[in-house]
Design a binder for this molecule. Sequence first.
Ligand code: KIV
Length: 273
Amino acid sequence: MSATGSPKRLTPRRIQAMKGGTPIVCLTAYTTPMARLLDRHCDLLLVGDSLGMVLYGMESTIGVTLDMMIAHGQAVMRGARRSCVVVDMPFGTYQETRELAYRNAVRILQETGCDAVKLEGGEEMAETIAFLVARGIPVMGHIGLMPQQVNTSGGYRSVGHSAEEAETIRRDAKAVSDAGVFSIVVEGTVEALAQNVTASLAVPTIGIGASVHCDGQILVCDDLLGLLSEFTPRFVKRYDELGARIDAAVEIYADEVRSRSFPSEDHVFKPRG
Ligand code: KIV
């Protein structure tokens, strides 16, 4: 418990210490009500830049801005009491120089109060990660399929199939881990490689489309709830069909409004006394 009586959120250090133990439960969250619902079940909530596609209908995450991430980070922090909250650094806010990355990471931490930032990249980002970590910024890595590189990598396809690609991912994992991340998201990566990378690292791997052998799992929450009607990737399990349930509920509402059966006597104000 904290001095205010609310349960303390899990810190990045405690997430790191969960390596090799009970799998770490992670989900994306973008809003206060969803953070409230997910918080007691999860160890870590990620304010992912996937919100560009999930909430804003963008084609990719490339158009997501720092201000958007900060606004949603603040919203999630209002709902999260025990989960470690990590906010994604969006495209263009950390790749140019380590100083730019530092300034933008500081904005995210100061303006949201979150616990850590996440950024995509392997060997090429290691120096930046080490710079941030040495200056007090907990960083989560993200290797394998990297959605912010969709324009140069040739799309959203699983990776690690060729020996050359597998070697790159192994090197990326080691570089990012050596740079000081507290955990690494491994996305869309061939099972045996994800297992091998997980076994080789001292920090936990959080898989998304990277098999059960990772130290934890993450999914886009809207995917697992069946809220997104578009294509469902192979690695997603839909635990509900909320999209269909919303459709059915709103159909009834629309019928009742048109037939004047809503609002009924129960829903109107009568003069007092
Ligand atoms: O942006 C995001 O939601 C992510 C997860 C899918 C790992 O990076």
